[in-house]
Ligand binder design. Structure first.
Ligand code: PPS
Length: 293
C-alpha cells in the first residue's frame, strides 16, 4: 500500500498536533456521549491498549466470545479523534458501536475533551506513565508508525519531548492537566502504568470497584492471564499487527512492556539534563511518578 508522506506538527490551540487528529475537530467536539460510556484517556504510550483490552475482557469476554478472535482491539475500542477524511473516523466508529457500554479511547489533553462527556458524567479511566519510559516508547512508535511525524535521531527526539513538541503536545501538561481535573471529578480514575506492572491484580480490583463490576476470582484470573504482555504480543487482535501503517520490521507495537527501559536509551548526561528540566516543569504539582520499581 502506498502511504502518504509523514505529517508535520503544527500548533493547534496551544498543543502540537497533526491533521489526522484535528481534521474532524468540529464533529468530535459535538460527540454525544451516553451516561454509561467509558472513556480511556492517556498521553500516548502509557498503556492505552493494555487497559482497553482489560476493559473489553471485563465487559464482553463471556457474552461475545467471537469478538475476541475476529475484531482488533482498536475497532472494539475506537479512537475518538482519529480521522482520515473520506476513509474513516473514530467518531463514526463509536457512533456505530452496538455494544453497551461503549469503550472509547482518546489521547486528548483534558481541555480538548468533548463537553458531552462532562455533561453526561461519564466514567473516565486515565492512565499515566513516567516521562522517561514514555519518551522511549514514543520514539520507537514514531519510528515504526508512518502516520506520525519523522522522529529523527534519539537525542533530537528527546529534546523535542522536553519542549512539548510531540503529537498531543507536552507530556508534562497532559499528565498534570488530567491530575488536577481528577481532584474535583470522582468519575475519573487516575492509574499509573508502573502500578499496573507491579501489581496488576490490585489495579484490576481498583478498576472493577470504580466501574461497579464484581467478577469472580476465576474471571479475574482469566482476564489477567489474557492481558499478560506475552499473551497480548502473540494475539493478532491485540498486538497492532492488523494496522497497515505500523511497520513491524522497524519495531513491534508490543515492544518491551517494562518499567525502566529508559536506562538503555538515556546517556548519563541526557539523564542529568532531563531530570533537571523535569524538576522545573513538575515543581507546581504533587503528582509523583516512579521510573524504577
Ligand atoms: S498507543 O499507541 O499510545 O495507544 O500505545 P499504548 O497502548 O498507550 O502504549 C504502548 C506501550 O504499552 C505497552 N503494553 C504493555 N505493557 C505491559 N503489559 C501489557 N499487557 C502491555 N500492553 C501494551 C507496550 O509494550 C508499549 O510500551 P513499550 O515500552 O514501547 O514496550
Amino acid at each position: 500500500m502506498d502511504l502518504p508522506p509523514r505529517p508535520e506538527l503544527f500548533d493547534f490551540h496551544g498543543v502540537s498536533m497533526i491533521p489526522c487528529f484535528t481534521d474532524n475537530w468540529e464533529n468530535y467536539q459535538n460527540f454525544q456521549a451516553r451516561p454509561d460510556d467509558i472513556l480511556i484517556a492517556t498521553y500516548p504510550k502509557a498503556g492505552t491498549t493494555w487497559v482497553s483490552y482489560i476493559l473489553d475482557l471485563l465487559y464482553f469476554r463471556e457474552s461475545l466470545e467471537d469478538r475476541q478472535t475476529t475484531i482488533p482491539i482498536y475497532e472494539r475500542v475506537p479512537f475518538l479523534e482519529i480521522c482520515v477524511p473520506g476513509l474513516f473516523s473514530g467518531k463514526d466508529q463509536v457512533d456505530n458501536l452496538t455494544t453497551s457500554p461503549r469503550l472509547i479511547k482518546t489521547h486528548l489533553p483534558v481541555q480538548f475533551v468533548p463537553k458531552s462527556f462532562w455533561e453526561q458524567n461519564c466514567r473516565i479511566v486515565y492512565v499515566a506513565r513516567n516521562a522517561k519510559d514514555s519518551v522511549v516508547s514514543f520514539f520507537h512508535f514514531d519510528r515504526m508508525n508512518k502516520a506520525q511525524p519523522e522522529p529523527g535521531d534519539w537525542s533530537s527526539y528527546l529534546k523535542r519531548f522536553m519542549d512539548g513538541k510531540m503529537v498531543f503536545g507536552s507530556w508534562y501538561e497532559h499528565v498534570k492537566g488530567w491530575w488536577e481535573k481528577q481532584k474535583s471529578h470522582p468519575n475519573i480514575l487516575y492509574l499509573f502504568y508502573e502500578d499496573l506492572i507491579e501489581n496488576t491484580e490490585e489495579e484490576l480490583d481498583k478498576l472493577c470497584s470504580f466501574l461497579g463490576l464484581s467478577p469472580s476470582s476465576e474471571s479475574k484470573k482469566q482476564v489477567m492471564e489474557k492481558a499478560l504482555f506475552d499473551n497480548m504480543k502473540n494475539n493478532k487482535m491485540a498486538n497492532g499487527s492488523a494496522d497497515a501503517v505500523l511497520d513491524f520490521k522497524i519495531s513491534p507495537f508490543m515492544r518491551k512492556g517494562k518499567v525502566g527501559d529508559w536506562k538503555n536509551h538515556f546517556t548519563v548526561q541526557q539523564n542529568e539534563q532531563f531530570s533537571e528540566d523535569y524538576d522545573k516543569k513538575m515543581k507546581d504539582t504533587d503528582l509523583q511518578f516512579r521510573t524504577v520499581l
